[in-house]
Structure formats: C-alpha cells, structure tokens
Design a protein around this ligand. Structure first.
Ligand code: AMP
Length: 594
C-alpha cells in the first residue's frame, strides 16, 4: 500500500531552495499527512510533539524544515537527533544526507556504539552541522568534549517511546539538560506513555501537539512470521518450508535479477516447478509467467521487487522474503501480494543475525505482529510428504486405470512368495525415494537449535515489554521473557555498578542496542556497588563477547567476563588490579579484559 499523502504541494512550504530541489529530485509528489501538519510549525520555530509512527514520512517531516533553517557555512553542530538504535540513526542520517544533497558544505555525522571513536571524532571535528546518534554514545562524546552543543539550534528525539522503553530515559534527560536552553525541541513518538509526557513537560516549551493516525498498512489476514536462517542454509530452509507448509501460489523475493534466475533453477533441481520474474525478461514473457501462476500451471515464482510491483494474483498463499527487503516500504509491498481479496495469507521473512534490529521497524510499519518460526524439522517435512502422498494415492485409486497391473502384481507375488505389503513398500521406495524418513544430521540439528535458542520464539513486540523494566532497582530482576530457563542462561560479570549510577534499564538498553540481543534474551540483573551481574544466553559467540567488552554503560566499559567463583569476591579492586592470573602467570581463558 502506498504512503498516505495530502492534497498540498511541497511548493506551498517555505523550504529553502536546495531542500526543495532535493524534494523535486526525489520520487515524492505530495507531502504526507505528518509533513503537511508539522513542516510549517517547525519552520515557524515551535516546539513540537509529533505523534506518528514509522512509515508516515516523519523523518522528512523534521529533516526538511530543519535543513532549510540550517546555516551550512557555520561548521558547528546545529541539529542533534537522538534515535534509539544504531539502525534508525543510520537511516535518519541517510535521510538528512538525501534531503541535503543539493546543499553545499552540509556534513552529517552518525555516532553510535559498537563502532570505534576515531571515525566519529573525525566527523565531529570536521564540523558536522547535523549529528544523529544513539543516547549512550552521544553522552560519551559530550563528556569527552568531542561533541559540543554550543551552537545547537534544534534537538530531535526520534521514536521517544522506544528510546525510553530501551532504558535510555536518564541518558536522554542528561543530554537534554546539558544542551543549550535556547533551542527548538521536537519529540516524535508513536505513543505517549507517561514517561514520554514527563520528558516533554520538562524539556519542551509550549509544544504544538500533532497526531497522525495511520491506517494499518497490511491486511490483518496476513500471518507474518520470521525465521532465523544462516546465509548458507537459506536454500535448504526454503526447500523445507516449501515441503512442509501447505501452499498454493508462492512468491519468493530475491534481491537481484541474477538471484531470481539462480534460485528458480535451484528449486527446479529440487523437484519444484519454479520460474523467475525479473526486469531482464520481455514484457510478454513476464505476462506469461504471471498467467501461469494465476492459472495454477506454475506454483512458485521468484521475483525482484520491481518486477512484482502491483502483482495481483489471488492464489498466492505465501510470500517468502528470501532476501531481506531494502526498506519497510518494500516489505509492505511484498507481503501485500498475499492475503488478497479477503483471503488468508502467509508472509515469511528470512533474517540473518545482523538484520535483527530492523525487524521491530517492520512490525511498527505494518502495525502487526511478526512471530518467530522455527526452521521446519525433518519430521515435519516428512509428515507433509506422507500426507501429500496419501492424498495423491487416494486420487489415483479413485481414478482407476491400473487394473491390468494388478495381475502383474499377483503373478509376481505367486512367483516370489513375498508378502504384498513388502512389494508395495519396495515399489514405493522406487517411485518415491523421498518418503524414506531421513535422519537429521547432527550439524543441521545443532544449527537449528542455535537459531532457536539464540532468538526466542514469540512476537518481536515482546522484546522490550515495559513490564520487564518495572521494579528496576538493584534487586535481582526476573525478566518476563520466555527465555527464563536457567539451563539456557549463563551469568556474566560486568564492570559497572551503583557507584557509576547505573540502572538495570541502562544495561538492558546498551546490551540490546550494541550487540543485537532481544530484550527477552537478557535475564536477571543484579547491581552491586562496583560491578553487576547479568544473565545472558549460554554460549554467546566470541565476537559478541568481544563487542560487549567495549560497550559503555554509565561511562564505564562493561569488560564482560563469565561469572566464576571469584566474581563476587573480586569486588571493588578489580579495575585497579586487573584480572587474577592463573598459576602459569596467564590470564584466565574466558577473560579478555585488558
Ligand atoms: P519514515 O516514516 O520517515 O520512516 O518514512 C517512511 C518512508 O516514506 C520512507 O521510505 C520515505 O522515503 C518515504 N516518504 C517520506 N515522505 C514521502 C512523501 N512525501 N511521499 C512519498 N514517500 C515519502
């Protein structure tokens, strides 16, 4: 479904010439509803609460007027945008660059955790006029003096509710209170829970309140699921899904034209009738492919986004996002190819670890739940094969025409004395070898389990359930995620405690944000005076641990280490003494703090 626009024209806003030029160069024809309402107010200098969700065009709603008012010659930070996640920060920064592409000397810096300070320091030193960042890293740069806000004109809190839900309330408050008071403050949030209102009351001055209610962008009849799949398992998992799910028409989305052809060929090699649909094909050929899908002569089409634009085939029961969509709009369009004319539809999204944070945005954009699905097991695939076989056997028995073959069977049985069941089973093995139950290999099972354990099984909405943050004091905290079982979790020590002013929400927010763990994968947190403990999924990959070592919370590097007998006793002096040495003078293996 297309984005909802209004009747106005962009030329009716007093945008600067270069910004107007960038809009003219974009595909936007009309402003969206939030843009219509907020752009004049922002240009007027008002503070603003914009209640709008992702997918409404809210980024342009603040970026276009703020860029229009920016002084490009002044090489100091004039606009600061706080975003809850690094993905959103990158996206917002890219939008500023796009809308400011015709402005000379515009510099945009993106600052977020999990990345070295060097590049970010350089971008800030070079005089970025627009800075987009996540709260923790922005705070760090301000404390280090690498981000100066003396010339700040506008402060934007993007997705404020999300930011607070992730435990950044104190950081946001600190940053707001350190910024110059003479500024314009804009707060965008999908919802306005009391903590967001409180911040607005404290830090916004007589704000205008704009609410844009957007319609559900996708049909409620589409069941959206997401499946964690490693890159090398994608084809295997796709085949299993096609074999285990009852499907009618299936539309699979791949990133490139080459990929659509290759994947269609690979599926044919696996015994499916699959065709590709891409821009390299002649119009006639494309029409034929669609016609075949409509009539049921072909059931699987592998397409690019462009080639499937507007595709209207009612019998598409499944849309499979084999490659991750490049933005939310593409996702909405893709899944809108199923669940048509009031039918039930299924949308399955393949996701790699690094795409995990983009999920929540898709869920927000569609305003519907996306639930986790497990890769189909060998047993499920087998059961579906058997069910299909039984169905076609019944049809074949009813259709008749095999009577002459019955005599052949009787003769054979008389000659060999082999029971009729054995003969039938042997025939079956010859004609349908895939009905022989295969054993699941150990490596495949462990890969499936890894995916299952790593990422929970419920709706991604639950990842940052507000309840999980209630009572977040220094008592041991039992989070309400489904991953509470102790055998799945391991205790870690982190080097931040009460003396640093840390709250459990800060720890959850930082860990979730920096390494992409879901909220419900972060278990109990116990805060002590100088250090804390946190329960995380057992067997975290070493690169995740390495990244966690360097994450800063309340200004302290976490320097995470597996909890051991000495963890509690090491107590206050740990930072000065460094980790205990083993009897060989080496550092214990699982500790990589320097
Ligand atoms: P946002 O809500 O800022 O995440 O924007 C959602 C999508 O809408 C992005 O892909 C924007 O490029 C797109 N968009 C923003 N403004 C307009 C507009 N006036 N017309 C069409 N698309 C727009």
């Amino acid at each position: 479904m297309a984005i909802e626009t209004c009747e106005m024209d962009f030329s009716q806003f007093e945008l600067s010439d270069p910004v107007r030029q960038a809009v003219d160069n974009s595909a936007y024809t009309k402003p969206t509803l939030i843009q219509e309402k907020t752009i004049p107010l922002i240009l007027n200098g008002s503070d603003l609460i914009g209640q709008a969700e992702t997918g409404t065009g809210k980024t342009a709603a603040f970026a276009l007027p703020l860029l229009s008012m920016l002084q490009p010659k002044l090489r100091e930070t004039q606009v600061l945008v706080l975003a809850p996640t690094r993905e959103l920060a990158i996206q917002v920064a890219a939008s500023f660059e796009k809308y400011g592409s015709a402005m000379q000397k515009l510099r945009v810096a993106t600052i977020y955790g999990g990345q070295s300070y060097e590049g970010q320091n350089r971008a800030l030193r070079n005089g970025a006029q627009v800075v987009v960042g996540t709260p923790g890293r922005v705070m760090d740069h301000m404390r280090r003096g690498t981000l100066k806000l003396d010339a700040l004109k506008a402060f934007v809190l993007d997705e404020a509710d999300e930011m607070l839900r992730m435990g950044f309330a104190e950081d946001v408050r600190w940053i707001l209170s350190e910024a110059p008071k003479e500024r314009q403050t804009l707060l965008f949030s999908a919802t306005l829970p009391p903590n967001v209102r409180e911040i607005a009351d404290e830090h916004l001055s007589e704000p205008e309140h704009i609410v844009v209610k957007s319609k559900t962008l996708t049909a409620a009849t589409i069941h959206q699921r997401v499946c964690m799949v490693g890159f090398r398992d994608k084809l295997d998992v796709l085949v299993r899904i096609l074999e285990s799910e009852p499907t009618e028409g299936v539309l699979i989305f791949a990133k490139t034209r080459e990929m659509t052809t290759r994947l269609a060929e690979q599926l044919c090699q696996h015994g499916f009738t699959a065709t590709s649909l891409n821009g390299d094909m002649q119009q006639k050929q494309r029409e034929k492919t669609i016609e075949q899908l409509k009539s049921g002569r072909s059931n699987i089409v592998v397409a690019t986004d462009v080639a499937a634009r507007g595709l209207d085939v009612q019998r598409i029961s499944h849309v499979i996002n084999y490659d991750f969509p490049h933005d939310t709009e593409a996702y909405i369009h893709r899944i809108g190819r199923t669940g048509r004319a009031g039918r039930e539809g299924n949308a399955i999204l393949f996701i790699g670890r690094k795409d995990k944070f983009r999920l929540r945005r898709l869920e927000q954009a569609t305003r519907q739940q996306i639930t986790w699905m497990e890769q189909p097991s060998e047993k499920e695939v087998h059961e579906q094969r058997v069910a299909q076989f039984k169905e076609s056997l019944c049809e074949s028995i009813e259709a008749g025409g095999y009577e002459c073959l019955q005599d052949l069977l009787h003769d054979f049985q008389k000659e060999t004395c082999v029971p009729i069941e054995r003969i039938a089973a042997a025939l079956l093995k010859m004609s349908h070898p895939n009905l022989v139950p295969a054993k699941e290999t150990k490596s495949r099972r462990s890969r499936r389990d890894q995916n299952k354990h790593g990422f929970g099984d419920g709706s991604i909405s639950d990842d940052f359930n507000e309840d999980a943050f209630r009572g977040d004091d220094d008592k041991s905290r039992k989070r309400n995620g489904r991953r509470g079982e102790d055998q799945d979790m391991q205790k870690y020590r982190i080097e931040v405690g009460h003396v640093h002013g840390v709250r459990p929400g800060n720890i959850v927010g930082a860990i979730a944000n920096e390494v992409g763990l879901a909220g419900n994968e972060i278990g109990g947190i116990q805060i002590s005076t100088h250090f804390s403990s946190v329960d995380l999924p057992r067997g975290l990959p070493s690169d995740v641990i390495r990244r966690l070592q360097k994450v800063r919370v309340a200004g302290q590097m976490l320097r995470i280490s597996a909890w051991d007998k000495g963890s509690q006793r090491r107590g206050t002096d740990f930072r000065r003494r460094g980790p205990k040495k083993s009897s060989h003078g080496k550092r214990p293996k699982n500790r990589s703090a320097k």
